[in-house]
Write a protein that binds this ligand. Structure first.
Ligand SMILES: [Fe+2]
Ligand SMILES: [Fe+2]
Length: 257
């Protein structure tokens, strides 16, 4: 069900440009990356375009030097990808446990629950691909988050539709602002690169676009939850605060562990 298929195509252009896997997150490949970058631009000029449409990985400005990430920035991305993958795993598990109970008493919510679940599976696939590609260690807390997310989904489903929606509201409030922080950070690197007359690695640009798209989809889930009476959950405040606190703690732990 969670197979990595849907977004695989979006990562193929790099492999088509050069047979060598370059990784802006791996310090040992940075020098090599800079050398091969010139080879890549030569290839572009001699093999134009008709057969390959522009993609985020081959559209870069050939005259600009590449912005090299510092160790601290690579560490930030490493943590971000680890947390995001864990969070998306949790999201798929919450909906898996919630949906049967919610749609049993409210069948009209089946399409909405499926829509949100399908988007979470897409997010999870994206981060599975990214952590594999950049050789990021998944969180060691994986089994704990698996059990906790399943329990959270099941228990809020038992409490009823409003509690299930309050759970989505709480989770997406935290996750939406978490993705926003990541987007803001990468945009600050982009601004710095532009000040220096450099450009971000096209793969980092693509990652930024993915973070923005996923953030927007999480905020869409938040809106759906509020439209479906999340605020009618009883007791609303303790439930939402408990879940938000749990999300914050899980994010902090997964950044490191
Ligand atoms: Fe998600
Ligand atoms: Fe979501």
């Amino acid at each position: 069900m969670l197979a990595r298929t849907s977004l695989a195509a979006s990562f193929r252009p790099t492999a088509a440009i050069t047979p060598v896997v370059l990784d802006f997150l791996a310090p040992s490949t940075l020098q090599q990356s800079r050398r091969l970058y010139h080879l890549t631009t030569t290839d572009h000029s001699t093999a134009p375009s008709s057969s390959s449409p522009p993609s985020p990985t081959n559209r870069h400005d050939a005259r600009k030097p590449r912005y090299a990430l510092t160790a601290k920035q690579r560490e930030f991305l490493d943590s971000a990808l680890r947390v995001n993958q864990a969070g998306e795993l949790a999201a798929t598990l919450i909906y898996t446990a919630q949906t049967p109970q919610v749609v049993r008493s409210h069948p009209h919510l089946r399409p909405l629950m499926k829509h949100m679940y399908d988007q979470e599976v897409g997010h999870f696939n994206t981060f599975n691909q990214l952590i594999a590609k950049h050789r990021v260690r998944p969180t060691a807390m994986y089994p704990v988050w698996y059990a906790a997310a399943t329990f959270l989904g099941w228990s809020t489903g038992v409490l009823g539709r409003e509690a299930a929606m309050a759970c989505t509201e709480a989770v997406e409030t935290e996750i939406g602002s978490h993705y926003n922080d990541q987007v803001r950070e990468i945009l600050s690197w982009k601004a710095e690169a532009e000040r220096r007359g450099e450009e971000l690695d096209p793969e980092l640009e693509e990652m930024l676009a993915n973070f923005r798209r996923i953030r927007d989809e999480e905020l869409e889930h938040l809106d759906h939850a509020v439209e479906n009476d999340a605020k009618e959950a009883k007791p609303y405040d303790p439930l939402v605060n408990f879940i938000r606190y749990g999300c914050k703690a899980a994010i902090k732990i997964s950044e490191k562990v």
